[in-house]
Design a protein around this ligand. Sequence first.
Ligand SMILES: [Zn+2]
Length: 271
Amino acid sequence: MLAGLLAVSLLRGMPAARVAQGSVAVELPILMYHHLLKESSRHGKYVISPDDFAADLDWLLSQGYETVTVGQVIDWANGRGSLPQKPVMITFDDGYESFYEYAFPILQQRNCKAVLSVIGRYADEYTETEDHHINYSHCTWMQIDELAQSGLVEIQNHSYDLHTYDGEKKGSMKVSGEEVIHYQERLRDDVSRMQSLCEYWCGITPTAFTYPFGSVSAEALPVLKEMGFQAALTCLEEVNYLTGDADQLFSLGRFNRPAGKTAQQILQAQS
Ligand SMILES: [Zn+2]
């Protein structure tokens, strides 16, 4: 918290680049959401109500927080542009249609930004099928494109089809005993397939990889960098203290926001 206070006081009226070169860190909490549903019987670790999400944003705004995208943080770390005095990042994983239905209008009403990490395989499937139900469907590519063009939602890569756990392969992690070269090829094939789809449908190139289940392998990093990624989102529950070192952006921590624990409770527990 001390670092955060220092950062806030020093950031005031000072170009971010100067802060980046100094030893003062910018405090960046990131919240992680998944699915919004109105029915309370469905709420739990990864499902909360749209009203709770709106209340989180209202509290953050009342405290002077300003929502930022990964792109803004990348730009700042590379000496381009600045960050607000009290940045916070809102992230939604998996690309559920409930983001489009519920979260997007709530963001628009407040002019807040969010990062949506999409799983390519489900975007493909729900673009093809008529079978949509708010309880389980994912966004179509047309919806993702609309979100991307809104200027409020930044689309990021949550793999094409590595969001699975079969008891052996967990997310984008290397399987024990798997040769590094084979692992890296498998990762590259999957992740680049998703990059191409984002380019095809939305005309954008994701800049961050969001590790499925937060499962991180050291061997993934060179592949992600070689593919042009500049950041990665993990599920490590900690506040980020950014010094301006661009490498830090490959291990951004995030707090899961479950039902029954507000953004206020999560962030105040850290101070
Ligand atoms: Zn996920």
